[in-house]
Ligand binder design. Structure first.
Ligand code: 5GP
Ligand code: ZN
Length: 140
């Protein structure tokens, strides 16, 4: 259920304080202590899990259910033009806290928080081969 070394499990257990935004029996949302922008909020499942592919789809769906209202309240409260919803999975993707969490990061035009999304072009045929490989691994 919880990991004794996990900082978010300690927050969920009330052993470490947080600025709570929302809570239900499965989900907690609280302000990030090191925000990228004012109002930066984290949404976490109360049951410890490391990343999206290790998380019960029911829990992901609970997170999905609360995201629209959370995003709307954050956007309104911060006077944001938009927001990023993102989730880092694994150290290579920038995950530091190994308890699955979704970031909601309010954004304003020209805020300079993230600039260009890196992108490239697939060489001929590669995209189709990759799509097929991913489909072959899909368990849905
Ligand atoms: P990650 O890089 O793992 O996706 O993001 C972890 C986030 O957790 C960071 O944005 C960091 O500021 C936040 N964080 C780490 N420790 C604490 C804490 O003790 N309290 C709160 N509220 N946020 C934390
Ligand atoms: Zn945890």
């Amino acid at each position: 259920m919880s990991d004794h070394n996990c900082i978010f499990c300690k927050i969920i257990a009330g052993q470490i304080p947080c600025l709570k935004i929302y809570e239900n029996d499965r989900i907690l949302a609280f302000l990030d202590i090191g925000p990228v922008s004012e109002g930066h909020t984290l949404v976490v499942p109360k049951k410890h899990t490391t990343c999206v592919d290790q998380t019960d789809p029911e829990i992901m769906s609970e997170i999905g259910k609360v995201l629209p209202a959370l995003a709307a309240s954050i956007r309104e409260a911060m006077g944001a033009d938009g927001y990023n919803v993102l989730c880092n999975n694994g150290a290579s993707a920038g995950q530091v806290v190994e308890h699955m969490h979704v970031h909601i990061i309010p954004r304003k035009v020209n805020d300079g928080v993230f600039n260009q999304w890196p992108s490239f072009q697939y060489p001929d045929g590669k995209a189709a081969a990759i799509a097929e490989k991913i489909q072959q691994n899909l368990t849905l």
